[in-house]
Design a protein around this ligand. Sequence first.
Ligand code: SF4
Ligand code: SF4
Length: 412
Amino acid sequence: MSDSLLAAQTDICVKCGLCLPHCPTYLKTQNENESPRGRLSLIQGWARDELTASPKLTGHVDNCLLCRACESVCPAYVPYGQIVDRFRSATHEQPRSQPLSLRLKKSAMRGVLTGRTLAPLAGRLLSGSLAGATKSLAGLTGAGNLTDGLPPSSARPLPTPGSYPSGLAAEKGVVSLFQGCTADLADRDTVHAAIRLMNGLGFRVDIPERQTCCGALHQHAGESASAAERIRQNLQAFENPKSQAIVSFASGCGVMLREYDQTAPSEASSRFSERFRDISQFLAEQEWPGDLQLEPLPRTVCLHSPCSLKNVLRADRHAATLLNYIPGLKVVTLPAETRCCGAAGSYMVDHPDMAATLRDDVLDRIAEIQPTSLLTSNPGCAMHLRAGLKRRGLAHIEVLHPVALLARQLPG
Ligand code: SF4
Ligand code: SF4
């Protein structure tokens, strides 16, 4: 089946190969079919009706992490993420090279984590309040990695939808907070921290009740109709003319939210994408009141930059800026050549071997630094890395979001 748009988009690639040294799967396999250039050639062959979407061909494209490191260095501006999403959507019904059992696990995990009715149940199961059933859910969804990677359960419940005023007579404005599917499971403290910090800077925080999953897991799995339905619901939920920004603390969701205008072009999606900010970027862009002094913390922490924050949102510098507000804190960033940790949405579940291999490289760097905490802005990376640290006997390294650490250092 030819696809003229994909044929034209893949034709932008001039085959220079500059992306190859940045591609985690190519570096591990040294196989051109596992590189950006190779995958683009395969997709182009299919789009021009020269190749069929065989399990082997789709397998090479499905092995892509969608880390988009290639896109960030491409001199021809090949829209690599868009191309892969479109190809996966167009070939969604084709037989895949992955065993059926693995695809069922991936699908079950997506359903459990992102379903409105199932997510709270998953939270209770995975956090242990229904401990007897936890193992069976983990087995069903292949989520052993997730259960190992969950943070210690917070005593505080997830903030409910509603409006959280700053307490100031003259507020600076209103911000809408996107929570994502895993907030109750893994990010309660981050949500509390985000509200406290934005309130502290003078903003009222709104958590819209009708918000839903960003749609990223569906979009990247080729389920574009399911993703479109979630986009439609979020556009409605966040259409508040008084709110000046839509803020997310999960950079993986953030990429999807920022690109709503490309995935589903409309006036509403353009407004949405324009208002979107990653939480660290939003906080760093604000003027901090002179009397808002953070408590000192004489420790060394390691700052991990998720691919989504670094390669697509291009907002990885803001967390370091904010952490410098904490007196005495030593922030060590991972070396620039550090690649994707392998979490990559559902990749850690459906490509466990490659995900673990890539994680090992990141954990080696972290072990050299020996921080007290590892800070990362994406819940998927946090869970994957936390599980890896546990397996290495490094569970004493706490994994948390940079804003959670910042909020801890607020006075009082
Ligand atoms: S850097 Fe861009 S143009 Fe060059 S091979 Fe990679 S995708 Fe193609
Ligand atoms: S998105 Fe990442 S894994 Fe996929 S081809 Fe590009 S660099 Fe390689």
